[in-house]
Design a protein around this ligand. Structure first.
Ligand SMILES: Cc1cc2nc3c(=O)[nH]c(=O)nc-3n(C[C@H](O)[C@H](O)[C@H](O)COP(=O)(O)OP(=O)(O)OC[C@H]3O[C@@H](n4cnc5c(N)ncnc54)[C@H](O)[C@@H]3O)c2cc1C
Ligand SMILES: O=P(O)(O)OC[C@H](O)CO
Length: 577
């Protein structure tokens, strides 16, 4: 079943003519999570996304499926309880991209430190207890433990030994955020969902009784405006939630969100080399903790956490963000001595934090949100989520983490069942979303590493080199078998390797990839982690897409400029001397 530009035209025709059961505004992880569950339940489901799927915060995270051990410090135990248990579920339904990756937590005796050796052990024991680590045979080996200062330095010789007192080691998971979005969207599409990107909601429509019955939208590619009618409309637009709510003339004009910006920087491993994900206090008394994570021969670190009111679609890294992060990293890894010239790539994202107090009327708290509010420092604000139904029926699901997207969607489905009552029982079926595998996840998650290495072997047997085969397996999971079947008949595109050609062909046909940035930034992470090869790749990708979409010269220039701008912005060219 293809999921490409050819399907987009057909699906827009259906959106125009058929009344939906559910329309979802926003195609980040929250919207994608609702889409997969609603489509699998048999609801006639539509999702519109004004950028690319995952174009907002869900491609700009720290790329972890994690329980937020830091939140225990602000007693956000509900969020931690929800998210730390959820890690294993996300690993089960998306096992090719949610990979166990134990975190080391060096502990320093410094002002404002988040944890001491005592409190980090209490936190890790609570974390493991909430996740049931010691009850699951395949997880017992990841039970937490503490190590002394010498052992920390043995593992991370570049770390500053001054005031270092020891460390903790506990389980968390690495993830591919924007791929988690697109794999949910693809499965929703396979279940009959109408999933369309580059469609923007511009007005909320009402019936004669004032109830929400649809949305007026604009096709960003054609400029055409049209109406989509639906029994239920849900707003899952993350940081944009207030803007979308305010499209509804009947909505209260209060702001419910408190968006904060988080920045990551990427350097080559030769400049800063960490053996495993490392997480430590900023040492600046701001309650921040900084991740330093190895990925594909690079090391990325972050994040900042600052109130934001800029361009949501294009949040930029600023000099202050770079100075903050480099200052902390150079203090923790003094031999690295990093400057902005070492930064190969970067990204900025906007957290969809809840700015409203938890006790706001008729707000169902879906996860955590124990101390949402506009008064606390950004890092003290809850990472919980809330579900709110406006008087005219518009549902808004906002906040949360990428890790608990399924729980959030479950909360939305529960509300939808309450609204539809007998109709839901008669027409639709309840889905166990904890067993609803995303596209590419159709294999035994309890033996994920073994299965994935058997897939890798198949690619090598068909002529791929080991690293290329491994990379395609990580990107596509069980879908890689279909890709490997095309090896014999695929000739590498000029300026691309065979593996890159296979990935691009699959992405165009099966992942609604419409621009070079979609492919190089969100379907793969080449702009971020393959900086030294992306100048070669961009020629091959742009030429191949120009042929595939039959672009005019004007379109070729537009998409080439868009890609160059994205790469230059990622490289911080505008800040470098
Ligand atoms: C720096 C940073 C690091 C993070 N790290 C992690 C992490 O490691 N692990 C974790 O679990 N969580 C992490 N998070 C949190 C997580 O990324 C977010 O909670 C999650 O991605 C939010 O997803 P969302 O779908 O709600 O919002 P988004 O991903 O922003 O999706 C909302 C979508 O709505 C679309 N939209 C807006 N208006 C309209 C409109 N009018 N019409 C149509 N579409 C519209 C937008 O284009 C956007 O794509 C991090 C967040 C940040 C900022
Ligand atoms: O929630 P924070 O502020 O710790 O930031 C997100 C992390 O970088 C990973 O979830």
């Amino acid at each position: 079943m293809s999921f490409s530009i050819k399907d987009r035209k057909k699906e827009i025709t259906q959106l125009k003519s058929e009344e939906l059961d559910l329309l979802i505004i926003g195609g980040g992880i929250t919207g994608a999570g609702v889409a997969i569950q609603a489509s699998a339940a048999g609801m006639k489901t539509g999702l519109i996304e004004m950028q690319d799927f995952g174009g907002g915060t869900s491609s700009r995270s720290t790329r972890l499926v994690h329980g937020g051990i830091r939140y225990l410090k602000t007693f956000d135990v509900e969020v931690v309880s929800d998210t730390v248990k959820e890690r294993a579920v996300v690993q089960h339904i998306a096992p090719h991209m949610t990979r166990p990756d134990p975190m080391i937590l060096p502990i320093y005796d410094e002002p404002g430190t988040t944890f001491s050796m005592f409190s980090v052990k209490v936190a890790m024991d609570l974390y493991d207890h909430l996740a049931g680590i010691n009850k699951k045979d395949n997880l017992k080996k990841y039970a937490n433990y503490t190590i002394d200062k010498d052992e920390v330095l043995k593992r991370e010789p570049q770390l500053n030994p001054e005031k270092l007192v020891g460390g903790g080691v506990y389980l968390d998971y690495q993830n591919n955020d924007s791929r988690l979005v697109v794999e949910n969207i693809k499965r929703a599409h396979d279940e009959g969902g109408l999933m369309v990107s580059r469609i923007k909601a511009i007005e909320i429509l009402h019936d004669k009784f004032g109830g929400v019955n649809g949305v007026r939208v604009k096709d960003i590619l054609s400029g055409e405006e049209f109406n989509i009618h639906s029994k239920i409309v849900i707003n899952t637009s993350g940081p944009w939630s207030d803007f979308v709510r305010h499209l509804d003339d009947n909505a209260d004009k209060k702001s419910h969100m408190r968006p904060t910006k988080g920045v990551h920087l990427v350097v080559d491993q030769s400049r800063l080399n960490v053996p495993q994900p490392t997480y430590f206090g900023s040492g600046t008394n701001d309650g921040r903790m900084i991740f330093t994570i190895p990925r594909e021969g690079k090391t990325y670190f972050g994040t900042t956490d600052t109130d934001f009111d800029g361009d949501y679609e294009n949040p930029k890294v600023e000099q202050g963000d770079v100075d903050y992060l480099l200052d902390i990293i150079n203090k923790k890894y003094p031999s690295a001595n990093l400057t902005i010239e070492d930064v190969e790539a970067s990204w900025a994202g906007i957290r969809p934090l809840l700015g409203v107090e938890k006790n706001e009327e008729d707000t169902d708290v879906v996860t955590g949100a124990s101390n949402a509010g506009s008064l606390s420092a950004p890092s003290a604000v809850s990472r919980g989520s809330a579900l709110k139904v406006a008087d005219d029926g518009l549902i808004t699901l906002a906040g949360g983490k990428l890790t608990d997207y399924r729980v959030m969607a479950n909360g939305a489905m529960k509300k939808i069942r309450q609204i539809l009552r007998d109709e839901f029982i008669e027409k639709f079926n309840e889905v166990d979303s904890a067993e609803l595998k995303v596209s590419g996840g159709n294999f035994d998650s309890d033996n994920a590493e073994e299965v994935l290495s058997s897939f890798t072997k198949k690619g090598v047997q068909k002529g791929l080199d080991l690293e290329d085969s491994k990379e395609l397996v990580t990107l596509y999971g069980s879908n890689v078998i279909e890709i490997f079947n095309d090896i014999e008949k695929t000739k590498p595109i000029k300026n691309l390797t065979l593996a890159e050609t296979l990935a691009l062909n699959y992405s165009l046909e099966q992942e609604m990839t419409l621009t070079p940035v979609d492919f190089l930034l969100r379907r793969t992470y080449n702009i971020l982690f393959k900086n030294d090869e992306v100048d070669r790749m961009k020629k091959g990708v742009t030429e191949a897409m120009s042929n595939y979409f039959n672009w005019s010269n004007e379109e070729i220039q537009k998409y080439t400029a868009e890609l160059d701008n994205e790469i230059n912005q990622s490289r911080l060219e505008y800040l470098k001397k």
